[in-house]
Write a protein that binds this ligand. Sequence first.
Ligand SMILES: [Ca+2]
Length: 137
Amino acid sequence: MRNKLFTLPKKILGTALAAVLLPLLAPTTGAAAQAAADVCRSGYFCIYEHSGFVGRYWAFPSNVHVGYVGDFMNDRMTSFKNYTTVYACLYETANYGHKMSPHGLGAIPPGYWTSNVNPFSNDKLSSIRFTSTYDCD
Ligand SMILES: [Ca+2]
C-alpha cells in the first residue's frame, strides 16, 4: 500500500522527463533535416547520410570518443561538420580501426566541414576519436 503512494509520482515524473528528452534524442531525418537551417550545434561532430547534409543525421559531443557510431549511422556517412574545438579522427571499423582520410586529411580540423566526402570514405564511417592534435595515430 505504501509503495503505491510513491509509485504514482514517479510515473508522472518519468513521463514528463520522456516528453522533454525524447525530442532531443530523436534523430532528424529526411525533409526535417532539409528544412532546418543548420541542425549541427557548436560542440558537436555531426554526420549525415547523404551529400549536402541531408538524410539520416546524428551529432556526437566531442568529450566522448565514439567506438561505434551505432547501427543507425554505421557505413552511411557522406557529409559531416566538425563544430567542435578539437580534431576528429575517422575510422572504417568499430573501435578505431582502419583510419579514413576524407580529402586527404590526417584529421578533421575544428570548424571543418564537407558536403560530400571523397569516394574512398563514402559510406564507411564506423568510429570517431577526438584529439587535440592533428595526428590520428
Ligand atoms: Ca551515404
